[in-house]
Structure formats: structure tokens, C-alpha cells
Design a protein around this ligand. Structure first.
Ligand code: LMR
Length: 405
């Protein structure tokens, strides 16, 4: 009955985890998936998360179903983090927030909503390059994915003129997906001035913005500053959707905790959208899981736990910044030729967030994997969160070797 079914190729990011696990070399390093590792290369559970989990055990919570839209306490605090406690959209009750299966789940729910309620043929435009899974999520929901220019490879900066031109040329009422901060994979974000121009053209074209926030806290180290783009768009009176992930900033990767928010013109529309998205969720997975939602809700809802979380987050962000400098200094010391036009490696420290877009090509990446057991995505992206003081020299030497020979 199943007929001929071929084995699917491995996922370009998650597949690296499997290959890394199979690799028997003691030297192996995983710079593929964006997941923070301790100085010993081990996964990290944030101290605040451990503490809250203990509190949850002590409180003896039940395991009942929660509504399709999620845990109410979580739905209340999650938008405050992204939109700010003074957000007009929250104050005017015109923001609908639903708990989702992390950021990917939020993106998929948002795409299902677009597919169901926006005109047929609506295209979702993503930056070029973007997180590879964006395409799969958009297309699996039956939508078309388009691209807008994003990175100027010569300058390793945002190609703002190209971006504005492409967003302007997209048919009116398109969906424009924007990374809120710490763009994945490039680590390069628009400036404040660029964001104002992007908001203007989106407004002029009546596009719907779909923000993807997976790295709040990792770009500038300040949660509010990292949310600049979203808050600007709300201040400009734009209606929008926003996906949030707590995988990276809470280290809750496997708990699948995230949210989707709809900022609407008025409270009536927000209520209607919430009820419709409830139906979408009911048909897909009924209702979301409890554990991660409780952790986030308890932490964000308590001033002292909140400041503990900020410290944990700062610790991760600082180590990443230190490793950027260590990587740059190592490559400079060896006078390793750079693949970028300006001939330097300074993009490694200029880029922000969890990743560095090195400029290494496909063949060099393959050699890093095959000969040096260093795993990274084929576009030359490395997860800075996987570099630590004990492996940085090994990584520098390997990059030097594949670039020179
Ligand atoms: C990444 O880009 O490495 C992360 O967003 C993890 C993932 O799911 O791909």
C-alpha cells in the first residue's frame, strides 16, 4: 500500500546533529545547530530554569489539558517581553497572543492563518539568505515563498537598497517575514534608520509583517533594545504577526515553548483572530504542552527570577562575544587569508547573535567536516555558542588549513 518511497535527505541543520553523534573522533566540534554549549561542550540548563523547576515540583502542579491558545499566565507575560509593558497594542487590548510549539510552531500556525484568511496566492517573502526551515514551513502550509535581497556579500552588511526595492516590488498585501534581531544565518541586522525605511515601505504597500523573534537578548544583550524593530512597527500603527521562541534565550530547546502574537487595529479583531487560530491549533495538535510555559510564565512573572534569568542570559551572550574576539585574534595571528572582499576577518566580531557567517565556501565546509570533524552548515555559518576557550585554537587551525590548502 505504501508503494515506492525514497529515503528523504537529512535536514541541513538538524541532520548535522545526527552526523556529529555518529562521528567517533575525540576532536569533534558541533558548530551546526544554534544551541549553547558549556566550556566542556555540554548542553546547559540555565540555573534559573533549574530553580523554577524545583519550585514547580514543590507547588505540585497538575497535568491537566490547557486551552488551545495556551497557559493564560504565559499568554499574558510573553507579549510583554517582546512588545514592552507600555505597548499601545497591549494597553488597548488589541493584541492576541497564543502559546505555540516554539518559534517553528508559531511560524507554522501563522502561515496556516495566512493560507486560510488571506487572498489565494499570497506570497511570504523571506530574506536571502534566511534560516533554511522558513521555506519548508511556508510551503508546507500551502503558501508560496519569495525572496528579498538581504546580505551584500562584498561588504557583509545589509543590502538595504536592494531590500527596500524588493519589498516595494512585491505585490501589495504580501507577507514580509523579518528577523527581529540577530539575523540567522548572517548575524547582520538593519540599523534603526533602516528599520524606519522598512516600516515605511511596508505601510505604503499594505504588506503584512511577520516578525520572527528567536534571539531576543542575544543581539545587544539588552532585551528591550533587541525588540526595537517590533516596537517601532507597532508605534507606526502597523498590524502584524510575531513569532517568539524561548529555545535559545531560556535554553528550553526541547520543551518547544514559543508564542504567536497578532497585533490588530482593534480589540474586536484580536478576539476574532484568537478564536480562529484556536480552531487551527485544535486541528493540528489540539493544545500546547505545559512544562515550558510554566517555566517561562513563572520566571517572567516574578521580578527576582526575572533578574536571575537576565544574568544567565548575559553570561551566555558574553561568552559568545569573548569567543568572537578569540576567533578573530587567532585567525589574525596566523594571518589566515579571509574569503571576504575586504580581506579581513573582522566580520566575525561585527556580526551579532548566535552565529557567524564566515564566508567559507561549500568545499571548505565539507573539508572542515570530513577532515577536521568540525560540523557547520554548508552556507559557512558557524554557531558561536559552540565555541569555547578549549576548542577555539583547534577551530582556528582547521579554518586556516582549509583556506590555505
Ligand atoms: C538553527 O538555526 O540552528 C536553529 O534555529 C535550530 C533549528 O531548528 O534549525
Amino acid at each position: 500500500v505504501f508503494g515506492e518511497i525514497e529515503v528523504a535527505p537529512r535536514d541541513p541543520i538538524l541532520g548535522l546533529n545526527a552526523a556529529f553523534k555518529e562521528d567517533k573522533s575525540p576532536k569533534k566540534v558541533n558548530l551546526g545547530v544554534g544551541a549553547y554549549r558549556t566550556e566542556d561542550g555540554k548542553p546547559l540548563v540555565l540555573p534559573v530554569v533549574r530553580k523554577v523547576e524545583q519550585k514547580m515540583l514543590d507547588l505540585g502542579f497538575d497535568k491537566e489539558y490547557i486551552p488551545q491558545s495556551g497557559l493564560p499566565e504565559f499568554q499574558k507575560v510573553s507579549p510583554l517581553l517582546l512588545f514592552g509593558k507600555d505597548s499601545p497594542a497591549i494597553k488597548e487590548n488589541r493584541l492576541a497572543c497564543l502559546q505555540t510549539l516554539s518559534g517553528t510552531g508559531a511560524l507554522r500556525v501563522g502561515c496556516e492563518f495566512v493560507q486560510k484568511f488571506l487572498p489565494k496566492g499570497t506570497t511570504v517573502y523571506v530574506p536571502n539568505p534566511t534560516w533554511g526551515n522558513h521555506y519548508s514551513v511556508i510551503e508546507s502550509a500551502g503558501l508560496k515563498a519569495g525572496k528579498y535581497r538581504y546580505l551584500n556579500k562584498d561588504t557583509m552588511k545589509v543590502d538595504i537598497d536592494g531590500l527596500l526595492e524588493d519589498v516595494n516590488n512585491a505585490p501589495d498585501h504580501s507577507v514580509i517575514l523579518l528577523h527581529v534581531c540577530a539575523h540567522n544565518p548572517t548575524g547582520v541586522d538593519p540599523t534603526k534608520d533602516d528599520w524606519k525605511k522598512i516600516a515605511e515601505v511596508i505601510k505604503k504597500k499594505n504588506h503584512l509583517t511577520f516578525f520572527d523573534s528567536a534571539y531576543q537578548g542575544f543581539a545587544s544583550g539588552d532585551l528591550d533594545k533587541d525588540a526595537f524593530s517590533v516596537r517601532l512597527f507597532v508605534d507606526q500603527g502597523l498590524e502584524l504577526m510575531a513569532a517568539q521562541s524561548y529555545a535559545k534565550n531560556f535554553g528550553l530547546y526541547g520543551e518547544r515553548i514559543g508564542a504567536i502574537s497578532f497585533v490588530c487595529k482593534d480589540a474586536k479583531k484580536a478576539e476574532a483572530i484568537l478564536s480562529q487560530v484556536n480552531r487551527i491549533i485544535r486541528a493540528m495538535y489540539s493544545s500546547p504542552p505545559l512544562h515550558g510555559a510554566r517555566i517561562v510564565a513563572l520566571t517572567l512573572g516574578d521580578d527576582s527570577l526575572l533578574s536571575e534569568w537576565k544574568k544567565d542570559l548575559e553570561g551566555m551572550a558574553n561568552r559568545i562575544i569573548e569567543m568572537r574576539t578569540a576567533l578573530l585574534e587567532g585567525l589574525q595571528k596566523k594571518k589566515t587569508p579571509s574569503p571576504t572582499k575586504d580581506g579581513t576577518w573582522k566580520h566575525v566580531v561585527e556580526q551579532i547573535g548566535m552565529f557567524s557567517f564566515t564566508g567559507l565556501d561549500n568545499a571548505q565546509v565539507k573539508r572542515l567536516i570530513d577532515e577536521h570533524h568540525i560540523y557547520l552548515t554548508s552556507d559557512g555559518r558557524i554557531s558561536m555558542a559552540g565555541i569555547n576557550p578549549s576548542n577555539v585554537e583547534y577551530i582556528v587551525n582547521a579554518i586556516d588549513e582549509v583556506v590555505r590548502h
